[in-house]
Write a protein that binds this ligand. Structure first.
Ligand SMILES: Cc1cc2nc3c(=O)[nH]c(=O)nc-3n(C[C@H](O)[C@H](O)[C@H](O)COP(=O)(O)OP(=O)(O)OC[C@H]3O[C@@H](n4cnc5c(N)ncnc54)[C@H](O)[C@@H]3O)c2cc1C
Length: 578
């Protein structure tokens, strides 16, 4: 079946819905999502959205800007980050006006709490900057935006899995998707396509990310010749539930939670004497692994899978139940403990991709190191790299990114489609997608995808995790190359058309393998330590050689990796101490 819309948005998380809301003000807009929109992973975001409202104490966008740059270890593009923090304030009030039920102060203002790396007066002390709706901030954002999109007559194609893009030279003319309830392949012709397909934490074994976070957008585009930016920077959040990876929001530490080792010591005093447990995530994750390897983990056996405690017992039941109800629920359900009474066992968990599809300030996808853009191709949200987060994102800055840059991309699309024509598409644009699906279903191939998935996740976790070395990353690259070959022999047993989950998982695995491969290659290539990319063989930041973004091509690897200069026009790099 063939459809025609001026704007196609792939992904119904916060970024996709905000873009759709803006684009649909003037353009005929459709959203395609492999999940029902309100099941998108934005709904899992717990702690808050950062904006310098100054509702409880003095705060300024300028301080938020400085924290973002320093948090990103000076790799963020500074104009992009400045826009982020300045537009954050209006974006939060806009969400409030759209109906988002924020938690309130006694006098009715939006309440704010502390979060890692957010400070007053350029690093003096933690500041209350995270606006929140209990610990369900992302859920409320999704519900609010979805309702508004329905009101704006956005067309929703729920449970449509996008398989392919229609890129002709430098122009994008649409996408191909499979309708999961029927197995039917659909052609969507458009003037503009925006990818907002979220993160790819599932390349790692222990992750806070949902099963659906498989990097589909970046992988599809990488296979179509689009470069990926800064793939080496992947953030590990320090507080995943031990053995499961499920996230315990930084909001717990924002409310006063303390990390302790087996001796009950507040070990962050050694690593970040000013910000302590509210230092940025990359530092705390490294501190936890350091404590574990010194034998200070709770088991004390120095094994990498040991853990530490997040102690919230002094916060009090009332505050926990009021401000962190979901966290209390997770602890009861998954650990059988009440966090008001017992400390929570935690360890770092793969959480957020700083890298992804390169874009300019209007969300247009960049196609080379000179910054030239594709026509009619956009990206926003976690799958995009603008780059505002640099080498390490601060907590609460992803939700800001979704709304500020989702909105900017949507506005640009609305203007672009007014002047643009529909591009021509081939007679059978869905041939490649059909061939891929048929080959998986009827190819009579016997390799099991389960073994490939486990091997990829184990190797990425062990060799491209919190600490990295050349030797281990080289091994990971070789393993990923081998697994990509093995994938060619993967077959599935279910030949059904309706909700063929085996097929979906195979398609997702292909995407994960390409993304894992790009991540390992880019990580091995960057011979310095910066933000979340921490190399024991190159332990120092190297501004002389590496103040630049990497661009890696999947299909042009023989040409090597190319670079874009980082924009450090406003704050010059300084040592990063907290
Ligand atoms: C547990 C957790 C808590 C977090 N808490 C916070 C927080 O408090 N503050 C903060 O700032 N950040 C937080 N983050 C990060 C933040 O939530 C995410 O980065 C952000 O929500 C991603 O939004 P998105 O719109 O880019 O993608 P998502 O919300 O992940 O949406 C992706 C969309 O793409 C669709 N999609 C994907 N592939 C395809 C395909 N092939 N075909 C069709 N559709 C497709 C999906 O169906 C989905 O609709 C948290 C993350 C996690 C994991």
């Amino acid at each position: 079946m063939k459809h025609q819309y001026e704007a196609i948005i792939v992904g119904a998380g916060g970024a996709g819905l905000y873009a759709a809301l803006e684009a649909s003000k003037t353009a005929k807009t459709a959203v395609l999502s492999k999940l029902h929109p309100v099941r998108s992973h934005t709904g899992a975001a717990q702690g808050g959205i950062g904006a310098a409202l100054g509702n409880l104490e003095e705060d300024k966008p300028e301080w938020h800007f400085f924290d973002t740059i320093k948090g990103g270890d000076y790799l963020s593009d500074q104009k992009a980050a400045q826009i982020l923090v300045e537009e954050a304030v209006n974006a939060v009030y806009h969400l409030e006006n759209l109906g988002l039920p924020f938690s309130r102060t006694k006098d009715g203002k939006i309440d704010q709490r502390r979060f890692g790396g957010h400070t007053r007066n350029f690093g003096e002390a933690p500041v209350r900057r995270a606006c929140y709706a209990a610990d369900r901030t992302g859920h409320m954002i999704l519900q609010t935006l979805y309702q508004q999109c329905i009101k704006n007559n956005v067309a929703f194609f729920d449970e449509y899995f996008v398989l392919d893009t229609l890129i002709d030279g430098n122009k994008c003319n649409g996408v191909i998707a499979i309708e999961l309830s029927t197995g039917e392949i659909h052609i969507f012709q458009s003037k503009a396509v925006l990818f907002a397909t979220g993160g790819f934490g599932r390349i790692f074994k222990t992750t806070s990310n949902a099963y659906a976070n498989t990097g589909d957008g970046p992988a599809l585009l990488a296979r179509a010749g689009v470069p990926m930016e800064d793939m080496e920077f992947y953030q590990f959040h320090p507080t995943g539930i031990y053995g499961m990876g499920i996230l315990i929001t930084e909001g717990v530490r924002g409310e006063g939670g303390i990390l302790r080792n087996r001796y009950g010591e507040r070990f962050m005093e050694k690593y970040a004497p000013t910000l302590l447990d509210l230092a940025p995530r990359d530092m705390i994750s490294r501190a936890i692994i350091d404590e574990i390897s010194q034998g200070n983990g709770i088991r004390g056996d120095k094994k990498i899978d040991d853990y530490v405690f997040l102690d919230a017992t002094h916060i009090g039941k009332d505050i926990i139940n009021k401000r962190l109800p979901d966290i209390a629920g997770f602890c009861r359900t998954y650990l059988g403990i009440d966090p008001a009474e017992k400390p929570i066992p935690v360890q770092p968990t793969a959480h957020y991709a700083m890298g992804g599809i390169p874009t300019d300030l209007r969300g247009r996808v960049i196609r080379n190191e000179c910054g030239d853009v594709y026509e009619g191709l956009y990206a926003a949200g976690e799958c995009a790299c603008i780059s505002v987060h640099g080498a390490n994102r601060l907590g609460t800055n992803s939700l800001v990114d979704l709304v500020v840059y989702g909105r900017r991309a949507g506005t640009d699309i609305a203007c672009f489609v007014k002047k643009a024509d529909f591009g021509s598409i081939p007679a059978s644009p869905d041939d490649a997608a059909r061939k891929k699906v048929n080959s998986l279903i009827t190819g009579r191939k016997s390799k099991s995808r389960g073994a490939i998935t486990s091997r990829m996740q184990d190797v990425m976790m062990e060799k491209v995790g919190v600490f990295r070395t050349a030797k281990e990353m080289k091994e990971a690259v070789e393993v990923m190359r081998g697994l990509k070959d093995e994938f060619k022999e993967v077959g599935i047993k279910d030949t059904g058309k309706s909700f063929n989950t085996e097929l979906v998982e195979a398609l997702e695995l292909e995407n994960l393998l390409d993304i894992a491969y790009l991540t390992a290659v880019a990580a091995e290539n960057r011979t310095e330590t910066r933000g979340a990319h921490s190399r024991t063989d190159f332990p120092a930041r190297d501004d002389a050689n590496w103040l630049k973004h990497s661009l890696i091509w999947l299909d042009r690897e023989q040409f090597g990796i190319k670079y874009r200069e980082a924009d450090v026009s406003l704050y010059k790099p300084k040592p990063r101490v907290y």
